[in-house]
Design a protein around this ligand. Sequence first.
Ligand SMILES: Cc1cc2nc3c(=O)[nH]c(=O)nc-3n(C[C@H](O)[C@H](O)[C@H](O)COP(=O)(O)OP(=O)(O)OC[C@H]3O[C@@H](n4cnc5c(N)ncnc54)[C@H](O)[C@@H]3O)c2cc1C
Length: 425
Amino acid sequence: MKHQIEARTPAGRRLAALAEEHAHDFAQRAAEHDREGSFPHENIEALKRNGFIGAPAPAELGGMGVLSVHDLMVAINRLGRGCASTAIAVNMHFDGLWAQTRNWQDARRRSESEAEAVAGRLRAVVQAKLVVCGSVTEAGTTIVAPLTEARRDPSRDGWIVNGRKIFGTLSPAADALGVSVRLIDGDAAPQLGMASIPKATPGLKVMDNWDALGMRGSGSHDVLFEDCFVDASLMQSMGPWGSWPPSLLATLGTGSACIAGAFLGIAESAREMTLESLRTRRKAPSGTLLAERPAIQHRVGELEIALETARGILSRACARADDFYADHFPSDTRSEQIHALMRELIAAKHVVTHEALRAVDTCLTLSGGAGYLSGHALSRLYRDVRAGPFMQPFSPIETFEYLGRTALGLDPDAHEGSLPKAKEG
Ligand SMILES: Cc1cc2nc3c(=O)[nH]c(=O)nc-3n(C[C@H](O)[C@H](O)[C@H](O)COP(=O)(O)OP(=O)(O)OC[C@H]3O[C@@H](n4cnc5c(N)ncnc54)[C@H](O)[C@@H]3O)c2cc1C
């Protein structure tokens, strides 16, 4: 593709090249998985075989050493061109691995022994090619106020988890799930917890019920937890229940910029197939090529502007994230510093997912009725691209509120949708 965002590091360029090869292969089966609503297990297996799945882990721990947010986004962008469901599924796994790698970099600055503890966990994931998905969304509450409950079980030094999550993308292929919980420990105020729960844990059930408008191959099933025992070593307390821990906001905000690459990829695919058809289709009585018609050229011009806008803001925001993370580490980054970066990432995610939506809509207009047929790839891309604005950490409406509040100098945490912190005290 002539106009595209390019990776900026050697490791990122290797990953992007691999992603392009995989995308070509995944594209052959994307329509079938969409039609059947089936999970593309074979795609994840292929990404395991060549180590792609461990890309964000450090090279010295067995990963591909792609720590650049920008370049991870480029890889997700390329996958998105072939199979958007696979691209968003891989992004969920990358989010967690990237965050662990950041913790390892952070720990290394403090002590060898602390770094080795994180390194051990990372090595275990990368060497066994384990897949981890993120399960934080629940019906009827916000991300930071999960109703899924973890009660302390002192008799076994662990927690008992009960609840139900929705939108568990990648859950069919996951070996473990990153699950947000409400920690209940005696009379102490509830805390927000993040648990890493092996899928084989008794009482954990992936419901196999994902049936949606688009992203039908993403395996975003509900996940049920019934008296699941979670060892204390697999539970992390993140701070007060109902407030954003800066590190979680950073992970989800950064992940949302990377996943925006998938939606750009959908739009780029739509553009390719649409331009190809405009260059070759003629209509009677004049027999003029569709590409020769000024009104068509005008719409193609609009399409180009939408895509260039998306590429520009996404590449810039992800490059800014790389600059930020080069000298800010999870343990010593203040909340306001994270918010300054998040403003850019969240605005970029909003612009990219909406420009991608507009671009695919324009492609559908240009394709005429043909693209509306279920068998046409554009109709799938049109449904897939619609998911973009829903992606975390903020819904489209919350995005405006978040950006407005931070611009006005108000506490972004203390909004209508969060816990009434002032009243709590
Ligand atoms: C294809 C797909 C894959 C996904 N994969 C995952 C995944 O792997 N893991 C995961 O955890 N989640 C995942 N999600 C969930 C997603 O990231 C969002 O969290 C989810 O769609 C938003 O929650 P909701 O739909 O329940 O909307 P709600 O949060 O219930 O919002 C309902 C409405 O209220 C508005 N609203 C909400 N809060 C406020 C507020 N404070 N102020 C004003 N308005 C508000 C919203 O904009 C919306 O219009 C996925 C979603 C999709 C579509």
